[in-house]
Design a protein around this ligand. Structure first.
Ligand SMILES: [Zn+2]
Ligand SMILES: [Zn+2]
Length: 362
């Protein structure tokens, strides 16, 4: 037939499936045939995931082991299992979860979407099923795996049990944090001669913990490595980090190798500023030097006593333990004030120079 220019022609095509003449999708099918013959969404009967026996971590397809809230788990499982027809557009997916038992949850999924010009809705049903496993971190943990050892040591004196407990609180908080690296666990810990050793699953954990200790208590650290093998052409190493707690703070009294007493005026970045107890002398000591001194009295054991009488070189005061008058040499910085700081070293009272911080004022 000859169709001249300018003449309008109405094209009418029947549905490829039922032959009815109405609005068709690009597949040449009418709305009711699309509903009948096109599968908008498919989902397998079950969607598997694994739960770690040792911790709450969950393993899902493509994501490995991790902490996962239930809502995120369902959403991820649906996202990785639900298949929509390639011609579906603007899908809106909703679901309802019904727990069946410990391992199974029924999930009813509703999909609203467009297929060509038609708005359609469909439901599919599936089961989310968990099985028990052991994540990498938990298998390593139960195999006594470790990457690093933190050795807590101290300068000047032994640490008290309460001080160690206090330091361990920080580490326990770190390994209990919800979104931590799963390798952040304590393999072993215990008292050793001169300190406390902690064996952990991760070098990063060890380093961050020691950084925290330094920020909180001061002190220094030193890290060393041991090669324990090779994996994929790389050395596998274990780290040992020695954390040296200062064991001392401003106001403490220390004895050096020549039996001379020093009082800490203040702690510094490199060590401490020290005041000699027996004469007018002030000098800085670095950690290396401080490590050779012994703390003979901590600030909290220092007493402040009233001066009953003073002369050129001595003061009298009442021994706070035995209620007897004691005479001792004046501190070199005596300013004639009402009271003086004293400390009992072995069995003798010693008057102390005042420290910068006046931390001993009670
Ligand atoms: Zn049709
Ligand atoms: Zn685990």
């Amino acid at each position: 037939m000859d169709e001249g220019a300018g003449r309008s022609v109405e094209l009418t095509i029947p549905c490829a499936s039922c032959g009815s003449i109405e609005l068709l999708a690009h597949t040449m099918m009418c709305a009711s045939c699309v509903k009948e013959r096109i599968v908008l969404a498919r989902v397998p009967d079950t969607m598997q995931y694994m739960q770690c026996r040792g911790c709450s971590h969950i393993e899902t397809p493509r994501q490995g082991w991790q902490v996962m809230e239930e809502e995120a788990l369902w959403s991820h499982l649906i996202e990785t299992h639900l298949e929509l027809d390639a011609d579906v557009t603007n899908p809106v997916i909703g679901w309802k979860v019904t727990p069946l038992d410990n391992r199974n949850h029924r999930i009813d999924i509703t999909i609203s979407a467009h297929f060509g010009p038609f708005a359609l809705e469909t439901d599919v049903r599936t089961l989310a099923r968990s099985s028990m496993g052991s994540c990498e971190a938990c298998s390593r943990k139960s195999g006594n795996y470790f990457e690093a050892t933190v050795q807590i040591r101290s300068t000047g004196r032994e640490l008290e049990v309460e001080e160690i407990d206090d330091m361990m609180v920080h580490l326990r908080e770190m390994v209990l944090k919800k979104d931590r690296d799963p390798m952040w666990f304590i393999t072993k810990e215990g008292e050793v001669k001169g300190g406390y050793d902690i064996v952990v699953g991760s070098k990063t954990l060890a380093r961050q913990y020691v950084m925290k200790l330094i920020a909180e208590y001061g002190g220094t650290s030193r890290e060393s490595h041991t090669i324990v093998g090779r994996r994929e052409g790389e050395d596998v190493t274990r780290a040992t980090i020695v954390y040296r707690h200062p064991g001392m703070s401003a106001g403490d009294v220390l004895e050096d190798g020549n039996q001379r007493l020093w009082r800490i005026n203040r702690m510094t970045q490199k060590g401490a500023e020290m005041l000699a107890v027996d004469r007018h002398q002030r000098r800085g000591m670095v950690w290396n030097e401080l490590e050779r001194l012994v703390v003979v009295a901590q600030q909290r054991t220092i007493k402040r006593v009233d001066v009953l009488r003073r002369d050129e070189g001595a003061i009298d005061f009442l021994d706070p333990h035995r209620w007897e008058v004691v005479t001792i040499a004046k501190p070199w910085d005596d300013d004639g004030g009402e009271n003086v700081a004293v400390v009992l070293i072995d069995v003798e009272w010693v008057a102390l120079p005042e420290v910068n911080v006046h931390a001993d004022l009670r």
